[in-house]
Design a protein around this ligand. Structure first.
Ligand SMILES: [Zn+2]
Length: 58
């Protein structure tokens, strides 16, 4: 059972998953196939303003 990409819904485990958390070391609040999906999601949701994202590429 893998996580689904927050952006496209694919199983992130088969790609190069990127997890996003609101706080360092916190529970992931978003998971993405790769940085392309992460960027697309951020742009689509207009999350760049005022957001200080921490993510771990593991
Ligand atoms: Zn994706």
């Amino acid at each position: 059972m893998g996580r689904e990409c927050t952006y496209c819904g694919a199983d992130v485990e088969v790609h190069d998953p990127v997890y996003v958390s609101d706080e360092p070391g916190g529970e992931p609040t978003g998971s993405f196939c790769n940085y392309a999906c992460l960027e697309s999601h951020v742009e689509a949701e207009d999350l760049t303003a005022g957001a200080a994202c921490e993510w771990s590429p593991e």
